[in-house]
Design a protein around this ligand. Structure first.
Ligand SMILES: *[C@@H]1O[C@H](CO)[C@@H](O)[C@H](O)[C@H]1NC(C)=O
Ligand SMILES: *[C@@H]1O[C@H](CO)[C@@H](O)[C@H](O)[C@H]1NC(C)=O
Ligand SMILES: *[C@@H]1O[C@H](CO)[C@@H](O)[C@H](O)[C@H]1NC(C)=O
Ligand SMILES: *[C@@H]1O[C@H](CO)[C@@H](O)[C@H](O)[C@H]1NC(C)=O
Ligand SMILES: *[C@@H]1O[C@H](CO)[C@@H](O)[C@H](O)[C@H]1NC(C)=O
Ligand SMILES: *[C@@H]1O[C@H](CO)[C@@H](O)[C@H](O)[C@H]1NC(C)=O
Ligand SMILES: *[C@@H]1O[C@H](CO)[C@@H](O)[C@H](O)[C@H]1NC(C)=O
Ligand SMILES: *[C@@H]1O[C@H](CO)[C@@H](O)[C@H](O)[C@H]1NC(C)=O
Length: 274
């Protein structure tokens, strides 16, 4: 583990950030995520910038800031004794100053919507990738997403905005595994037997037979046609009153098409990890 020399920096000039502490450790940041090189005292700037959550100052004094908005997927802080330093944020009660970081839950909560809890590893801490409560799904070699179910919207347009407000998009389903995860999550979030959650996907049969199973994805994250292998996808095309059902929802029992103008109370949002 780290040497016992650990400082917690408190900046008392402003109490806006009272419960945000900047941990200083002798160590380095490793991983594939890119930071932004900044001025040499960049840890001070980082403290006052809520999007910055991590700073690496190497032994030469080169200072690199990392923003949680970049959604880094692969970052860890590990011990080093070459004089390099790492500063990372945690939200701790106002007047606490722990003697050691080993026993702490290091959680940074930059907004009401997002918090991140560093995970202890053998010689330091690993960044979790997805924010707390978001499910990590590896879609391909180059695409990993975080998905979460939310509970407060009505129309599809409002669902899209709810996701946007949370720095995410209304997300589609890429695989049967993902739809199974969503169904389990719905079971956990609600006790209702029919609780439709909006997902991305609008039927588009332009140039092919009416009633096709082809859906356009607008989330920029979903590709292909994951619905076809899903036996439980109930794609009826129209409802009892012959109204077109061109939008997708997921329920405890599987994927379903519904009228795009329906009122639903829930949705799945997602964002990409870099
Ligand atoms: C994460 O970063 C470590 C250290 O740089 C590297 O060894 C590993 O391959 C990376 N993993 C991924 C999935 O990029
Ligand atoms: C916070 O830092 C980010 C980069 O990490 C930068 O784009 C942004 O302008 C900064 N915000 C403020 C208020 O300085
Ligand atoms: C810390 O102090 C600030 C300002 O006095 C206050 O707004 C905030 O609620 C306090 N936080 C905790 C966790 O006590
Ligand atoms: C860390 O957080 C988890 C979950 O919130 C909790 O169960 C655990 O007791 C906490 N550990 C410490 C040392 O505070
Ligand atoms: C993933 O990205 C790497 C580097 O950009 C590229 O060489 C590779 O072909 C990509 N893989 C896929 C499946 O797109
Ligand atoms: C549902 O809740 C159970 C019990 O708390 C938990 O083990 C499981 O991971 C949850 N599943 C999902 C998809 O959130
Ligand atoms: C589901 O029902 C159980 C038992 O009635 C209750 O304890 C639980 O809080 C309910 N969960 C939700 C999300 O409504
Ligand atoms: C529907 O699909 C066709 C053929 O791929 C495409 O040209 C058209 O732009 C799509 N329509 C919408 C609304 O995306």
């Amino acid at each position: 583990m780290f040497s016992p020399v650990i400082f917690l920096l408190f900046f008392l000039l402003s109490c806006v950030f009272c419960d945000t502490k900047l941990m200083e450790v002798y160590g380095k940041v490793i991983g594939t995520a890119q930071g932004t090189p900044s001025a040499s005292n960049c840890h001070i700037d980082c403290y006052y910038n809520s999007t910055c959550f991590l700073v690496y100052k190497d032994s030469e004094g080169v200072c690199i800031q990392y923003s949680y908005l970049d959604n880094p997927k692969n970052l860890s802080v590990v011990a080093a004794n070459d004089g390099s330093q790492v500063y990372f944020k945690a939200t701790l009660p106002n007047d606490t100053c722990p003697a050691t970081l080993n026993s702490l839950n290091l959680t940074y909560t930059p907004t009401n919507y997002f918090s991140y809890t560093w995970k202890p590893i053998a010689n330091g801490w690993a960044f979790p990738g997805c924010a707390n409560g978001w499910h990590l799904s590896v879609r391909s070699e180059n695409l990993t997403v975080c998905i979460k179910g939310f509970y407060q919207t009505v129309y599809r347009s409002a669902a899209i905005k709810t996701c946007t407000d949370r720095s995410s998009v209304l997300i589609g389903v890429q695989s049967v595994e993902e739809s199974q995860w969503m169904r389990e999550e719905i079971g956990n979030l609600t006790n209702k037997s029919y609780a439709p959650f909006w997902i991305d996907g609008v039927r588009n049969c332009t140039g092919i037979e009416p009633g096709c199973r082809r859906f356009d994805w607008s989330d920029g994250l979903t590709t292909g046609d994951p619905l076809l292998p899903e036996e439980s996808a109930s794609l009826s095309v129209t409802d009892k009153s012959q109204r077109l059902e061109n939008c997708l929802v997921v329920t405890v029992t599987g994927l379903n098409d519904v009228a795009c103008s329906n009122a639903q109370k829930r949705m799945f949002c997602g964002y990409k990890l870099n």
